[in-house]
Design a protein around this ligand. Structure first.
Ligand SMILES: O=C(O)CCC(=O)C(=O)O
Length: 320
């Protein structure tokens, strides 16, 4: 059991996201998508298109261009995924006290009226430097796992084969309109019984909801892609739900798009444009569902820069 000393609490993270998740009028940013799409989780009606990772590159590029997303079947040797999974299981076992603490904090926030699926509610740092954040009840984000984000933590060696599989590298060379880099490597453990996540795009956050607001952001040449790497078989019911084609469609048009779930298992990669509207589905299964994730972004893109550190006006909970 970790002592309170070992749990370096970071309440400022929760305050930061309270600001970041509101627009310039102080409205919680997911509300705009919730109004257009609703918050219900319907039975999956479509699947994200899947292709062998070895398919001709033109076919992979065409799928991402048309739908914003593709499942790359067999993109990573399953042995490498299994080895990372074992290391990740061990790391998570050590982080159990932090997880318990985050559950307790979220429960306290929910008693104060926060929704179980609302965005970030806090983050704790382990002595190893790994950071564990709760993103909804039962959903966690563990980072930074690899050497590119810092000195490299206890999972850096094991995660390396998952970071840039050949099909992802080839796709990025074609799809990125700008020099790019591996920006963030982490994992998304989702406990049995976890609530779903909120609809969102990954291309930015903050009072302007992205860089310059949705309309301009969507017109920018592509600058942000994600790879989700399932660590084992999981039911698509509990998987990631992506609005196909939403990388090119503003809020007014998203309700007409197909809601597709990604059917992917160990060795596969769910590759998608960060402009796509998506969310994690609740995990009604009996087992934890784990994904590794990799963010690839333009070299110039910096997400989550903490303005409170530089602009005192942002350190209050009201937008300046
Ligand atoms: O947990 C999931 O399936 C979705 C993850 C997600 O929303 C994200 O990567 O931004």
């Amino acid at each position: 059991m970790a002592t309170q000393d070992e749990l370096a609490h970071e309440d400022s993270v929760a305050t930061f996201y309270k600001i970041q998740n509101c627009d310039e009028n102080g409205e919680y940013r997911a509300n705009k998508y919730n109004r257009a799409l609703g918050t219900a989780f319907l039975p999956p009606a479509a699947h994200v298109p899947a292709l062998p990772a070895t398919a001709p590159l033109d076919d992979l590029v065409a799928a991402v261009a048309a739908h914003g997303a593709v499942v790359l079947k067999g993109a990573i040797p399953v042995g490498d995924v299994a080895a990372f999974r074992a290391a990740h299981d061990a790391a998570l076992a050590e982080l159990k006290p932090l997880k318990d603490e985050l559950y307790a904090r979220r429960a306290a926030a929910e008693r104060r009226g926060e929704a179980s699926e609302s965005f970030y509610k806090g983050e704790l740092r382990a002595p190893s430097g790994l950071r564990l954040r709760t993103t909804a009840r039962g959903r966690f984000d563990l980072k930074h796992l690899d050497r590119r984000d810092g000195p490299g933590g206890p999972l850096a060696a094991a995660v390396e084969p998952l970071v840039l599989p050949p099909a992802c590298r080839a796709l990025l060379q074609r799809l990125m309109a700008t020099p790019w880099r591996v920006k963030t490597v982490g994992s998304l453990p989702t406990d049995a019984g976890a609530s779903g996540g909120e609809w969102h795009r990954d291309i930015g956050e903050g009072p302007c909801e992205g860089l310059w607001g949705e309309e301009l952001d969507l017109r920018l040449p592509d600058y942000y892609f994600n790879a989700l790497v399932p660590l084992g078989a999981a039911s698509p019911e509990a998987g990631t739900e992506i609005l196909l084609g939403s990388h090119a469609v503003g809020r007014d048009g998203v309700a007409d798009l197909a809601r597709a779930v990604a059917a992917a298992g160990a060795g596969d990669v769910v590759f998608f444009n960060g402009k796509c509207v998506h969310r994690g589905r609740p995990n009604a299964a009996e087992a934890r569902r784990d994904l590794a994730y990799v963010v690839y972004a333009a070299k110039w893109f910096e997400q989550g820069r903490d303005p409170a550190a530089e602009l005192p006006a942002y350190a209050s909970t009201a937008p300046p």
